[in-house]
Design a protein around this ligand. Structure first.
Ligand code: SF4
Length: 212
């Protein structure tokens, strides 16, 4: 137990040192824009999403306008994202769902959020922490890889990882830590070429580092 506590503190300290200002990199001005941007980000980079949403939300400035927008036009704007037909369909479903069931307001509730098309647990959790500061721990590809490498979990099951990380990290630190895990995975502990030679928490890492 003592070792585990030290490990948790070590990770928190290092992440604070590397990424004191870690934050969500999706740009948005309204809650529904964020929800749609997160849905768009499936299997796609935040950079690409930001480029596309900049055009889309400038053209269709309200939820009602997006709801009425021709799906063919949405498809042509979001084509660079990949899976664009599905994402356009989900966008229309999200607009309809928000307007019909939630008075056009993004709900601060995981179950309600996941009734919307294309919104799974991860997307719902990302909205909860970003929009409502509710300390969930969404697990994306970076969080999954980093938490396994650091020996915090030993599974690829995202639900199990989420529960394990929620247990191990204090509630008040979870939101920031979530962003720090993503920054660390995205820019430092990358899937194919992690920066192991300079990594200060190498001592607790389970990965057989090949880059030393
Ligand atoms: S030692 Fe390498 S694989 Fe392990 S956490 Fe650090 S960067 Fe990632």
């Amino acid at each position: 137990m003592g070792t585990q506590l030290n490990k948790i503190e070590l990770i928190q300290d290092y992440f604070d040192e590397l990424y004191p200002e870690a934050h969500c990199e999706l740009t948005y001005h309204k809650d529904y824009e964020f929800l749609i941007a997160v849905m768009f980000s499936a299997q796609c980079t935040d950079k690409k999403v930001n480029k596309v949403t900049d055009v889309l939300f400038s053209k269709y400035k309200t939820l009602n306008e997006l709801d009425l927008a021709p799906i063919e036009d949405i498809e042509s704007i979001i084509k660079p994202l990949g899976l664009y037909k599905n994402k356009a369909k989900n966008l229309k479903g999200i607009c309809r769902g928000l307007l019909e069931n939630f008075n056009g307001i993004v709900p601060d509730d995981k179950l309600k959020l996941t009734t919307l098309p294309g919104v799974g647990t991860k997307t719902a959790n990302v909205c909860l922490i970003e929009l409502f500061k509710i300390p969930a721990f969404p697990v994306d590809t970076h969080v999954r890889r980093v938490s396994n490498r650091l020996g915090l979990v030993s599974t690829t099951d995202v639900s199990k990882i989420e529960i394990a990380l929620m247990k191990q990290f204090p509630k008040e630190k979870r939101i920031k830590l979530h962003h720090q895990f993503i920054f660390f995975g995205r820019y430092y502990c990358k899937a194919l070429s992690p920066n192991c030679a300079n990594c200060k928490i190498r001592g607790i890492c389970k990965e057989k580092c090949k880059n030393l």
